[in-house]
Structures are given as C-alpha cells and as structure tokens.
Design a protein around this ligand. Structure first.
Ligand SMILES: Cc1cc2nc3c(=O)[nH]c(=O)nc-3n(C[C@H](O)[C@H](O)[C@H](O)COP(=O)(O)OP(=O)(O)OC[C@H]3O[C@@H](n4cnc5c(N)ncnc54)[C@H](O)[C@@H]3O)c2cc1C
Length: 357
C-alpha cells in the first residue's frame, strides 16, 4: 500500500484550496483522481436528523482514507434531513472532499444559484445535479414541489455560472464557482436504450461525471456501457457505478418494492435467501460486483451507497482490491506528509547552515 498521498492532492492545511491544475474546472481531489486515470471511490453519507455537527463528523469517520469524495444527499426520498449544503460546509472544514447533491424539488433558480455560489465559497468543489424524488415518495407528501429547473437545466445553469460567469438572467458573476459538475443516471430500469441517450443529453448540458443508481445486474450494466462508449460519453464524462451491500433477502424485497428505480434480479434475492449469514453474503456479493464493475471498459469508479452499513465500506473497498496500491486522502496522511516535508526542509536547512559555516 502506498501510504503517501499524491502530492497534487494535498495542501498545507486540510481546509486550504488546492493549487490550480491546467485543464481542471475545480480544485478538488475527486477531479484530480479521475483525470489521472485512477479508479475512484465515492460514498454516500447518511445525513443526520439533528442539528449537531458532531453527528456529521462521527458519520464521515468510517470513510476516511478509503474514498475520494463524500456525497451529501439533498432530501433523498423526499425526506427531510440536515441540509446537503451544511453537511458539505462541515466536511470542507475538516478537509474532506464533499459532493454537494442539489435536487430541484425544494428550491427555485434564485435559491439554487445562490447556493452554488455559497457552496463554492465554502470550498465545495463537486456538485451532483438531480431533478429529485417527488414529494409523494417522502414523509411530507403535502409539501409544495418546486421543480423550477430539472437536472439537465440545472447542469446547464451551473456550467453557465462557471464558464460564462453569468446567472441565468444574464447578470454578471464577479468570481465564478470553481466546480466539477455531475449527473445521476439509472441504467437498470426501462426504457434501457433511452438511458445512455439521456445521459448524453446531460453530458451535452455540462455533466463531467455521473453516479448511477445501484447496480445488481452486470449484464445490464455492460449493455449500458457499450452504448455509452458508442455514443462517445465515456470520453467526456467519468462514470461511477452505484453499489451497496444488502443485509437480507427481506431488505432486498423491500428495496425492490419501495425505493424508486432500484432493480434487484431474483437471482440476487435467492442467493441472500439461501445464505446462512445473509449480511455477510450481502457484503461478499457487493465485493464481487465491485470487482466485476472494475473490469468493464469505460467505468471510472464506484459510488458506495451502503445505507445503514456505512461502517462496512472500508472493509469492502479493501477486500475488493479496487484501490490497488493507492490510499485516498485522510487527516493522518495529511499530517504525515507535512511532518515529512517539515523534516526534509529542516534537514536541508541544517545541511545548508553546516556548509556555510
Ligand atoms: C446517485 C443518486 C443520488 C440521488 N440522490 C438524490 C437526492 O439527494 N435527493 C433526491 O431527491 N433524489 C435523489 N436521487 C433520486 C433521483 O433524483 C430520482 O431517482 C430521479 O427520478 C432520477 O434521477 P434525476 O434526478 O437525475 O432525474 P432526471 O434524469 O432528470 O429525470 C427527471 C424525471 O423524468 C422522469 N423520467 C426519466 N426517464 C424517463 C423516461 N424515459 N420516460 C419518462 N420519464 C422519465 C423521471 O422519472 C424523473 O421524474 C438520487 C438518485 C441517484 C441515482
């Protein structure tokens, strides 16, 4: 294992912006990892139902040193939790590389554009643009849905803010947001042939990376990736495939019926049904999926959505061998790198003084 972080990925203090790199639209580590051609790992943080910052720091600890980005969901399932922008702000303070998810369900274009500027000012480098789940799926079905923008127009809006330094109104932005922009896609539900075409539209609107819905069907993913390659999507957009362990056949059946867009083949449910230790089997299955996904041409990484099994992410990433000899950023590595640098500099100083004397 390489215990030194890549020198491009580390600043003097964890919260400092990293130096600019040519050809990069953000100063974030996720874009750096992907553009270097390294297989990236991102993970979804389960947002707390509390106003305590420590709840965020407690939850992110389990990912430290194992992932290149932490997704902060925006009222996923149309349920209310701590806001994605606040979670991202807390994460940047500690040096983590958050991915701000923005859903168009709750905020209009005035609010969203303000949040994009604010997030960038707080050090957020990555934004995932979503239309968002409808209010009827969540715990506040009586809430007023906004949907002023959708995922594609949101992508185009943020790209315009970043590249043309303009709000949608045409008014000038003095310092544009420095962000790496992403979209979601679901290759696993019909109409299958339309999914890559829709992703191509999102890429044309500005998507530089894509995180997919949970993958439990490798043949289906291969078909999607073949079409994505044929459409030239993989040359312009980094695709990270969604994965997650399922704790039991009962959970799998529940997810299939209740989580919109989740496709779990019968073979997977049978395997969990027959397993003596279903939770362990779910993790083994997830590791096997990660290893198969890694081999598919055009896939740039995985996105771990280990709901209520977040503590197992490190173990699954390690056992899958997906990082090879790479170690993503962590606070320990940050300190080690700077201690080493200080030692080297102080030794150089001593040598110089001795030579002069
Ligand atoms: C990785 C990931 C993270 C997510 N995080 C969140 C989150 O934080 N908050 C949240 O609210 N939701 C979240 N979702 C759910 C997501 O917003 C919904 O599943 C959404 O319906 C599809 O993704 P989108 O937002 O990119 O919508 P889009 O791709 O923009 O689709 C918008 C609408 O069009 C409909 N549609 C799509 N394809 C077709 C078609 N072929 N024919 C007819 N209608 C179609 C969809 O049902 C949807 O209602 C996430 C999904 C993924 C995969």
């Amino acid at each position: 294992m390489n215990f030194r972080p890549h020198p491009d990925d580390i600043g003097e203090n964890p919260w400092d912006p990293l130096p600019d790199l040519a050809g990069h639209t953000s100063r974030g580590r996720l874009e750096r990892v992907l553009r270097r051609g390294e297989f990236a790992v991102t993970a979804e943080l389960n947002p707390p139902d509390s106003a305590d910052a420590e709840d965020v720091y407690d939850r992110v600890k389990v990912f430290e040193g194992w992932v290149d980005g932490v997704n902060a969901t925006d009222g996923s399932g149309a349920n209310c939790h701590m806001s994605s922008i606040a979670i991202c702000a807390l994460l940047t303070r500690a040096g983590f590389s958050p991915i701000l998810q923005i859903s168009c369900r709750d905020t209009n274009r005035i609010g969203i554009q303000g949040n994009v500027l604010g997030a960038s000012a707080l050090g957020v480098n990555n934004i995932l643009c979503l239309t968002g789940d409808g209010v009827q799926t969540g715990d506040h079905p009586e809430a007023k849905p906004v949907f002023d923008l959708d995922s594609t127009s949101l992508l185009a809006t943020i790209r315009r803010m970043r590249d043309d330094r303009q709000f949608l109104s045409g008014r000038k932005i003095t310092t544009p947001p420095r962000v790496f922009i992403g979209a979601a896609e679901n290759p696993f539900v019909p109409p299958y042939d339309f999914r890559p075409v829709r992703l191509a539209k999102k890429v044309a609107a500005g998507a530089q990376f894509c995180q997919t819905q949970y993958c439990y069907d490798i043949p289906r993913l291969k078909q999607f990736m073949t079409m994505a390659r044929d459409l030239g999507i993989t040359e312009k957009c980094f695709i990270l495939v969604g994965v997650g362990p399922i704790a039991s056949a009962k959970t799998a059946r529940w997810m299939r019926s209740n989580v919109p867009g989740v496709h779990i083949p019968d073979a997977i449910i049978d395997r969990l049904d027959k397993a003596e230790k279903p939770k362990l089997e779910g993790k083994k299955l997830c590791i096997e999926l990660i290893q198969q996904i890694r081999e598919i041409e055009g896939v740039s990484g995985i996105h771990m959505m280990a709901y209520r099994q977040e503590e197992a992410v490190a173990e699954m990433v390690r056992d899958s061998g997906v990082l090879k000899d790479r170690k993503p950023w962590s606070r320990d590595l940050q300190h080690t790198a700077f201690n080493l640098q200080e030692r080297v500099e102080s030794n150089l100083d001593k040598t110089t003084h001795q030579t002069i004397e």
